[in-house]
Write a protein that binds this ligand. Structure first.
Ligand SMILES: *Cc1c(COP(=O)(O)O)cnc(C)c1O
Length: 398
Protein backbone atom coordinates (compact mmCIF):
# COMPACT_ATOMS: atom_id res chain seq x y z
CA UNK A 1 0.00 0.00 0.00
CA UNK A 2 1.27 3.44 -0.82
CA UNK A 3 2.08 5.64 2.11
CA UNK A 4 4.40 8.57 1.59
CA UNK A 5 7.91 7.68 2.74
CA UNK A 6 8.11 10.84 4.77
CA UNK A 7 5.20 12.53 6.53
CA UNK A 8 6.37 16.02 7.45
CA UNK A 9 3.20 16.63 9.50
CA UNK A 10 3.31 13.38 11.50
CA UNK A 11 4.41 15.13 14.70
CA UNK A 12 1.36 17.45 14.64
CA UNK A 13 -0.71 14.56 15.95
CA UNK A 14 0.97 14.85 19.36
CA UNK A 15 -0.47 18.36 19.72
CA UNK A 16 -4.00 16.92 20.15
CA UNK A 17 -5.57 15.63 23.37
CA UNK A 18 -6.07 11.87 23.32
CA UNK A 19 -3.90 11.14 20.31
CA UNK A 20 -1.66 8.97 22.52
CA UNK A 21 -4.45 6.47 23.26
CA UNK A 22 -5.21 3.43 21.11
CA UNK A 23 -8.63 4.80 20.12
CA UNK A 24 -9.12 5.11 16.35
CA UNK A 25 -10.82 8.38 15.49
CA UNK A 26 -12.44 8.70 12.08
CA UNK A 27 -14.79 11.55 12.98
CA UNK A 28 -12.62 14.65 12.99
CA UNK A 29 -14.89 15.88 10.19
CA UNK A 30 -17.80 15.90 12.65
CA UNK A 31 -16.05 17.00 15.84
CA UNK A 32 -12.33 17.69 15.72
CA UNK A 33 -10.13 16.58 18.62
CA UNK A 34 -9.15 19.34 21.05
CA UNK A 35 -5.68 20.81 20.76
CA UNK A 36 -3.64 20.54 23.95
CA UNK A 37 -3.16 24.30 23.83
CA UNK A 38 -6.90 24.97 24.11
CA UNK A 39 -7.43 23.84 27.74
CA UNK A 40 -4.77 26.23 29.11
CA UNK A 41 -6.05 28.99 26.79
CA UNK A 42 -9.56 28.65 28.22
CA UNK A 43 -8.26 28.43 31.81
CA UNK A 44 -6.15 31.56 31.31
CA UNK A 45 -9.11 33.37 29.86
CA UNK A 46 -11.27 32.53 32.88
CA UNK A 47 -8.58 33.58 35.36
CA UNK A 48 -7.15 36.63 33.70
CA UNK A 49 -9.71 38.11 31.33
CA UNK A 50 -13.13 37.06 32.55
CA UNK A 51 -12.10 36.97 36.22
CA UNK A 52 -9.68 39.87 36.07
CA UNK A 53 -11.13 42.34 33.60
CA UNK A 54 -14.81 41.50 34.21
CA UNK A 55 -17.15 43.70 32.21
CA UNK A 56 -14.28 45.93 31.04
CA UNK A 57 -13.28 43.00 28.79
CA UNK A 58 -16.03 43.90 26.35
CA UNK A 59 -14.56 47.31 25.62
CA UNK A 60 -10.98 46.13 25.76
CA UNK A 61 -11.09 43.11 23.48
CA UNK A 62 -14.14 40.88 23.40
CA UNK A 63 -16.46 42.95 21.25
CA UNK A 64 -13.94 42.98 18.41
CA UNK A 65 -12.90 39.34 18.85
CA UNK A 66 -15.35 37.88 16.27
CA UNK A 67 -13.87 40.18 13.62
CA UNK A 68 -10.27 39.63 14.81
CA UNK A 69 -10.58 35.84 14.68
CA UNK A 70 -12.61 36.19 11.48
CA UNK A 71 -9.75 38.07 9.81
CA UNK A 72 -7.25 35.42 10.96
CA UNK A 73 -9.50 32.72 9.56
CA UNK A 74 -9.85 34.72 6.36
CA UNK A 75 -6.08 35.04 5.91
CA UNK A 76 -5.09 31.48 6.88
CA UNK A 77 -8.02 29.34 5.74
CA UNK A 78 -10.52 31.18 3.53
CA UNK A 79 -8.43 33.24 1.15
CA UNK A 80 -10.30 36.36 2.28
CA UNK A 81 -8.93 39.84 2.85
CA UNK A 82 -9.72 41.46 6.23
CA UNK A 83 -13.10 42.91 7.05
CA UNK A 84 -15.28 40.26 5.37
CA UNK A 85 -15.47 37.48 7.97
CA UNK A 86 -17.02 37.30 11.42
CA UNK A 87 -17.90 34.63 13.96
CA UNK A 88 -21.13 33.99 15.83
CA UNK A 89 -24.37 31.97 15.87
CA UNK A 90 -24.57 28.44 14.45
CA UNK A 91 -24.09 27.55 10.80
CA UNK A 92 -27.83 27.03 10.54
CA UNK A 93 -28.65 30.52 11.82
CA UNK A 94 -26.01 32.10 9.59
CA UNK A 95 -27.39 30.18 6.60
CA UNK A 96 -30.75 31.76 7.37
CA UNK A 97 -29.33 35.25 7.75
CA UNK A 98 -27.27 35.11 4.55
CA UNK A 99 -29.92 33.39 2.42
CA UNK A 100 -32.45 36.02 3.47
CA UNK A 101 -29.97 38.79 2.76
CA UNK A 102 -29.28 37.33 -0.69
CA UNK A 103 -32.88 36.85 -1.82
CA UNK A 104 -33.72 40.35 -0.62
CA UNK A 105 -30.93 41.64 -2.87
CA UNK A 106 -32.52 39.99 -5.95
CA UNK A 107 -36.16 41.09 -5.46
CA UNK A 108 -37.30 40.48 -9.03
CA UNK A 109 -36.16 36.84 -9.00
CA UNK A 110 -38.18 33.93 -7.68
CA UNK A 111 -35.97 30.85 -7.30
CA UNK A 112 -33.34 29.38 -4.97
CA UNK A 113 -31.26 26.62 -6.59
CA UNK A 114 -30.02 23.85 -4.26
CA UNK A 115 -29.19 20.15 -4.67
CA UNK A 116 -31.14 17.29 -3.15
CA UNK A 117 -28.05 15.85 -1.49
CA UNK A 118 -27.05 19.08 0.23
CA UNK A 119 -26.80 18.89 4.02
CA UNK A 120 -30.26 18.71 5.64
CA UNK A 121 -30.03 22.01 7.48
CA UNK A 122 -29.18 23.85 4.24
CA UNK A 123 -32.21 22.30 2.50
CA UNK A 124 -34.54 22.92 5.43
CA UNK A 125 -33.51 26.55 5.85
CA UNK A 126 -33.86 27.15 2.11
CA UNK A 127 -37.32 25.54 2.15
CA UNK A 128 -38.37 27.73 5.09
CA UNK A 129 -37.19 30.89 3.34
CA UNK A 130 -38.91 29.87 0.12
CA UNK A 131 -42.15 29.51 2.05
CA UNK A 132 -41.63 32.71 4.01
CA UNK A 133 -40.76 34.81 0.96
CA UNK A 134 -42.99 33.18 -1.66
CA UNK A 135 -40.09 31.71 -3.64
CA UNK A 136 -39.61 28.36 -5.37
CA UNK A 137 -36.83 25.87 -4.74
CA UNK A 138 -35.28 24.51 -7.91
CA UNK A 139 -33.74 21.16 -7.03
CA UNK A 140 -30.65 19.68 -8.65
CA UNK A 141 -30.59 15.86 -8.61
CA UNK A 142 -27.10 14.52 -8.04
CA UNK A 143 -25.34 11.18 -7.93
CA UNK A 144 -25.03 10.60 -4.14
CA UNK A 145 -21.50 9.19 -4.64
CA UNK A 146 -20.53 12.44 -6.40
CA UNK A 147 -22.05 15.95 -6.32
CA UNK A 148 -22.96 19.11 -8.23
CA UNK A 149 -21.06 19.47 -11.52
CA UNK A 150 -20.85 22.58 -13.72
CA UNK A 151 -23.16 20.87 -16.26
CA UNK A 152 -25.83 20.21 -13.62
CA UNK A 153 -25.71 23.75 -12.30
CA UNK A 154 -25.72 25.27 -15.76
CA UNK A 155 -28.94 23.42 -16.53
CA UNK A 156 -30.60 24.62 -13.32
CA UNK A 157 -29.93 28.38 -13.28
CA UNK A 158 -31.59 31.08 -15.32
CA UNK A 159 -33.13 34.55 -15.23
CA UNK A 160 -35.37 33.56 -12.29
CA UNK A 161 -32.48 32.42 -10.06
CA UNK A 162 -31.92 34.70 -7.07
CA UNK A 163 -29.51 32.50 -5.16
CA UNK A 164 -27.50 29.28 -5.57
CA UNK A 165 -26.72 27.38 -2.33
CA UNK A 166 -23.96 24.78 -2.55
CA UNK A 167 -21.69 22.76 -0.26
CA UNK A 168 -18.02 22.95 -1.17
CA UNK A 169 -17.39 19.40 0.08
CA UNK A 170 -20.46 17.14 0.13
CA UNK A 171 -21.02 15.76 3.64
CA UNK A 172 -21.93 12.31 2.36
CA UNK A 173 -19.66 11.57 -0.61
CA UNK A 174 -16.86 14.12 0.02
CA UNK A 175 -17.38 15.43 -3.54
CA UNK A 176 -15.25 18.57 -3.85
CA UNK A 177 -17.19 21.02 -5.97
CA UNK A 178 -15.40 23.14 -8.56
CA UNK A 179 -16.11 26.35 -6.64
CA UNK A 180 -14.64 28.87 -9.10
CA UNK A 181 -16.47 27.34 -12.10
CA UNK A 182 -19.78 26.99 -10.25
CA UNK A 183 -19.55 30.53 -8.86
CA UNK A 184 -19.00 31.83 -12.39
CA UNK A 185 -22.03 29.93 -13.71
CA UNK A 186 -24.23 31.41 -10.97
CA UNK A 187 -22.91 34.90 -11.72
CA UNK A 188 -23.40 34.51 -15.47
CA UNK A 189 -27.07 33.87 -14.68
CA UNK A 190 -27.17 37.03 -12.55
CA UNK A 191 -27.56 35.09 -9.28
CA UNK A 192 -25.69 35.30 -5.99
CA UNK A 193 -23.95 32.23 -4.61
CA UNK A 194 -23.68 31.01 -1.00
CA UNK A 195 -21.08 28.36 -0.24
CA UNK A 196 -21.35 26.09 2.79
CA UNK A 197 -17.75 25.42 3.82
CA UNK A 198 -18.42 23.20 6.88
CA UNK A 199 -16.65 20.21 5.36
CA UNK A 200 -13.84 22.08 3.68
CA UNK A 201 -12.67 24.93 5.96
CA UNK A 202 -9.39 23.82 7.51
CA UNK A 203 -8.83 20.89 5.18
CA UNK A 204 -9.16 22.16 1.60
CA UNK A 205 -7.51 25.44 0.49
CA UNK A 206 -10.03 28.18 -0.26
CA UNK A 207 -9.67 31.39 -2.28
CA UNK A 208 -13.01 33.11 -1.71
CA UNK A 209 -11.84 36.54 -2.87
CA UNK A 210 -10.13 35.18 -5.98
CA UNK A 211 -13.12 32.99 -6.90
CA UNK A 212 -15.47 35.96 -6.62
CA UNK A 213 -17.64 34.23 -4.00
CA UNK A 214 -20.49 36.38 -2.68
CA UNK A 215 -21.34 34.65 0.57
CA UNK A 216 -20.07 31.73 2.63
CA UNK A 217 -20.71 30.08 5.98
CA UNK A 218 -19.03 27.27 7.86
CA UNK A 219 -18.71 25.71 11.26
CA UNK A 220 -15.62 25.75 13.47
CA UNK A 221 -16.02 22.44 15.32
CA UNK A 222 -15.05 20.14 12.43
CA UNK A 223 -11.63 20.73 10.81
CA UNK A 224 -11.17 23.90 12.85
CA UNK A 225 -11.30 22.07 16.21
CA UNK A 226 -13.31 24.72 18.08
CA UNK A 227 -15.15 22.17 20.26
CA UNK A 228 -18.78 21.06 20.62
CA UNK A 229 -21.12 23.87 19.64
CA UNK A 230 -18.37 26.38 18.86
CA UNK A 231 -19.79 29.28 16.84
CA UNK A 232 -19.87 29.39 13.04
CA UNK A 233 -18.28 31.93 10.70
CA UNK A 234 -19.69 33.90 7.82
CA UNK A 235 -18.03 35.64 4.90
CA UNK A 236 -19.66 38.44 2.95
CA UNK A 237 -17.65 39.82 0.01
CA UNK A 238 -16.62 43.45 0.46
CA UNK A 239 -18.61 44.53 -2.59
CA UNK A 240 -21.86 43.46 -0.87
CA UNK A 241 -21.18 44.87 2.59
CA UNK A 242 -22.69 48.24 1.81
CA UNK A 243 -25.93 46.86 0.41
CA UNK A 244 -26.83 43.50 1.99
CA UNK A 245 -28.73 43.50 5.26
CA UNK A 246 -29.74 40.58 7.42
CA UNK A 247 -33.08 39.76 9.01
CA UNK A 248 -32.13 39.41 12.70
CA UNK A 249 -31.71 43.09 13.49
CA UNK A 250 -30.06 42.95 16.88
CA UNK A 251 -28.45 45.73 18.84
CA UNK A 252 -24.87 44.50 18.42
CA UNK A 253 -25.11 44.67 14.64
CA UNK A 254 -26.40 48.20 14.73
CA UNK A 255 -24.38 51.34 14.04
CA UNK A 256 -23.95 52.35 17.67
CA UNK A 257 -25.16 49.65 20.08
CA UNK A 258 -24.61 51.69 23.22
CA UNK A 259 -26.58 54.62 21.96
CA UNK A 260 -29.56 52.34 22.64
CA UNK A 261 -31.47 54.36 20.07
CA UNK A 262 -35.12 54.13 19.04
CA UNK A 263 -34.56 52.17 15.84
CA UNK A 264 -32.13 49.85 14.07
CA UNK A 265 -29.62 51.03 11.48
CA UNK A 266 -27.05 48.43 10.35
CA UNK A 267 -23.37 48.93 11.20
CA UNK A 268 -20.98 49.55 8.35
CA UNK A 269 -18.95 46.48 7.41
CA UNK A 270 -19.17 42.85 8.44
CA UNK A 271 -20.35 43.69 11.99
CA UNK A 272 -23.86 44.19 10.59
CA UNK A 273 -24.15 40.40 10.30
CA UNK A 274 -23.84 40.04 14.08
CA UNK A 275 -27.12 40.01 15.99
CA UNK A 276 -26.47 39.55 19.71
CA UNK A 277 -23.65 39.17 22.23
CA UNK A 278 -20.66 37.33 20.72
CA UNK A 279 -20.05 33.79 22.09
CA UNK A 280 -16.53 34.61 23.27
CA UNK A 281 -15.69 31.44 25.22
CA UNK A 282 -16.70 29.21 22.33
CA UNK A 283 -14.48 30.90 19.79
CA UNK A 284 -11.19 30.83 21.72
CA UNK A 285 -10.04 27.29 20.78
CA UNK A 286 -10.43 28.13 17.08
CA UNK A 287 -7.47 30.48 17.51
CA UNK A 288 -5.23 27.53 18.40
CA UNK A 289 -6.17 25.59 15.29
CA UNK A 290 -5.87 28.60 13.00
CA UNK A 291 -2.39 29.22 14.45
CA UNK A 292 -1.41 25.58 13.83
CA UNK A 293 -2.71 25.66 10.25
CA UNK A 294 -0.83 28.90 9.65
CA UNK A 295 2.39 27.39 10.99
CA UNK A 296 2.28 24.38 8.63
CA UNK A 297 0.39 26.03 5.73
CA UNK A 298 -3.01 25.03 4.33
CA UNK A 299 -1.37 23.61 1.19
CA UNK A 300 0.60 21.13 3.31
CA UNK A 301 -2.60 20.26 5.20
CA UNK A 302 -4.31 19.47 1.90
CA UNK A 303 -1.35 17.41 0.70
CA UNK A 304 -1.55 15.26 3.82
CA UNK A 305 -5.33 15.04 3.45
CA UNK A 306 -5.07 13.81 -0.13
CA UNK A 307 -2.43 11.25 0.85
CA UNK A 308 -4.57 10.01 3.77
CA UNK A 309 -7.78 9.67 1.78
CA UNK A 310 -5.94 8.04 -1.14
CA UNK A 311 -4.43 5.56 1.30
CA UNK A 312 -7.87 4.89 2.84
CA UNK A 313 -9.38 4.28 -0.61
CA UNK A 314 -6.60 1.87 -1.49
CA UNK A 315 -6.63 -0.05 1.82
CA UNK A 316 -10.43 0.01 1.97
CA UNK A 317 -10.90 -1.42 -1.50
CA UNK A 318 -8.31 -4.13 -0.99
CA UNK A 319 -9.38 -5.17 2.53
CA UNK A 320 -13.14 -4.55 2.36
CA UNK A 321 -13.80 -4.86 -1.38
CA UNK A 322 -13.85 -8.69 -1.29
CA UNK A 323 -16.66 -8.46 1.32
CA UNK A 324 -18.88 -6.50 -1.07
CA UNK A 325 -18.02 -3.01 0.21
CA UNK A 326 -18.02 -0.29 -2.47
CA UNK A 327 -16.45 3.14 -2.55
CA UNK A 328 -19.07 5.92 -2.45
CA UNK A 329 -16.65 8.84 -2.77
CA UNK A 330 -14.83 10.25 -5.80
CA UNK A 331 -11.85 8.15 -6.84
CA UNK A 332 -10.16 11.23 -8.27
CA UNK A 333 -8.36 12.95 -5.37
CA UNK A 334 -8.81 16.34 -7.05
CA UNK A 335 -12.57 15.95 -6.67
CA UNK A 336 -12.45 14.55 -3.11
CA UNK A 337 -12.45 16.40 0.23
CA UNK A 338 -11.15 15.11 3.56
CA UNK A 339 -13.27 12.03 4.14
CA UNK A 340 -14.03 8.74 2.40
CA UNK A 341 -17.34 6.87 2.39
CA UNK A 342 -17.74 3.13 1.84
CA UNK A 343 -21.14 1.54 1.31
CA UNK A 344 -22.41 -1.84 2.49
CA UNK A 345 -25.90 -2.80 3.72
CA UNK A 346 -24.52 -3.67 7.19
CA UNK A 347 -22.60 -0.45 7.84
CA UNK A 348 -25.08 0.82 10.47
CA UNK A 349 -24.46 -2.31 12.54
CA UNK A 350 -20.72 -2.20 11.79
CA UNK A 351 -20.52 1.36 13.11
CA UNK A 352 -22.35 0.44 16.32
CA UNK A 353 -20.03 -2.54 16.87
CA UNK A 354 -16.93 -0.42 16.23
CA UNK A 355 -17.96 2.35 18.66
CA UNK A 356 -18.04 -0.34 21.40
CA UNK A 357 -14.41 -1.07 20.57
CA UNK A 358 -13.19 2.55 20.56
CA UNK A 359 -13.12 2.78 16.78
CA UNK A 360 -15.15 5.85 15.83
CA UNK A 361 -16.28 6.29 12.25
CA UNK A 362 -19.81 7.49 11.55
CA UNK A 363 -22.76 6.22 9.64
CA UNK A 364 -24.79 8.00 6.97
CA UNK A 365 -27.76 6.51 5.18
CA UNK A 366 -27.96 4.57 2.93
CA UNK A 367 -25.36 2.08 4.14
CA UNK A 368 -22.48 4.55 4.26
CA UNK A 369 -19.52 4.20 6.61
CA UNK A 370 -17.83 7.58 6.69
CA UNK A 371 -14.14 7.78 7.52
CA UNK A 372 -13.24 11.37 8.39
CA UNK A 373 -9.47 11.75 8.25
CA UNK A 374 -8.62 15.02 9.92
CA UNK A 375 -5.24 15.70 8.31
CA UNK A 376 -3.29 16.92 11.33
CA UNK A 377 -4.62 14.46 13.90
CA UNK A 378 -4.92 11.21 11.92
CA UNK A 379 -2.05 8.80 11.23
CA UNK A 380 -1.56 6.27 8.44
CA UNK A 381 -1.33 3.53 11.11
CA UNK A 382 -4.73 4.60 12.41
CA UNK A 383 -6.20 4.27 8.90
CA UNK A 384 -4.72 0.81 8.35
CA UNK A 385 -5.60 -0.47 11.82
CA UNK A 386 -9.11 1.03 11.74
CA UNK A 387 -9.99 -0.43 8.36
CA UNK A 388 -8.73 -3.83 9.56
CA UNK A 389 -11.20 -3.56 12.45
CA UNK A 390 -14.00 -2.61 10.04
CA UNK A 391 -13.26 -5.87 8.25
CA UNK A 392 -13.39 -7.84 11.53
CA UNK A 393 -16.71 -6.23 12.44
CA UNK A 394 -18.19 -6.99 9.01
CA UNK A 395 -17.02 -10.61 9.10
CA UNK A 396 -18.42 -10.94 12.64
CA UNK A 397 -21.83 -9.71 11.51
CA UNK A 398 -21.87 -11.57 8.21
C1 LIG B 1 -21.90 20.14 9.97
C2 LIG B 1 -22.65 20.85 8.91
C3 LIG B 1 -23.61 21.81 9.25
C4 LIG B 1 -23.95 22.03 10.68
O1 LIG B 1 -24.78 23.09 10.97
P1 LIG B 1 -24.96 23.52 12.51
O2 LIG B 1 -25.85 24.67 12.49
O3 LIG B 1 -23.58 23.79 13.04
O4 LIG B 1 -25.54 22.35 13.25
C5 LIG B 1 -24.21 22.51 8.22
N1 LIG B 1 -23.90 22.28 6.92
C6 LIG B 1 -22.97 21.34 6.59
C7 LIG B 1 -22.62 21.11 5.14
C8 LIG B 1 -22.33 20.60 7.57
O5 LIG B 1 -21.43 19.67 7.23
Amino acid sequence: MTRPEHDPLASCRDLFVGADSSLVYFDGNSLGRPLRASGPRLARFVEEEWGGRLIRGWDERWMELPQVIGDDLGRVVLGAAPGQTTIGDSTTVLLYKLMRAAVAARPARTEIVIDRDNFPTDRYVAAGIAEECGLTLRWIDVDPAAGVTPELLYAAVGPATALVVLSHVAYRSAWLADAPALTQIAHDAGALVLWDLCHSAGSVPLALDEWGVDLAVGCTYKYLNGGPGSPAFCYVAAEHLGSLTQPIQGWLGSVDPFLMGPSYAPAAGIRRFISGTPPVLGMLPVQDMVALIESVGIEAVREKSVALTSYAVEVGESVLGPLGVVLASPRDADRRGGHVTFNHPLMREVTAALWERDVIPDYRDPGGLRLGLSPLSTSYDEVEHGIGLVREALVGLG
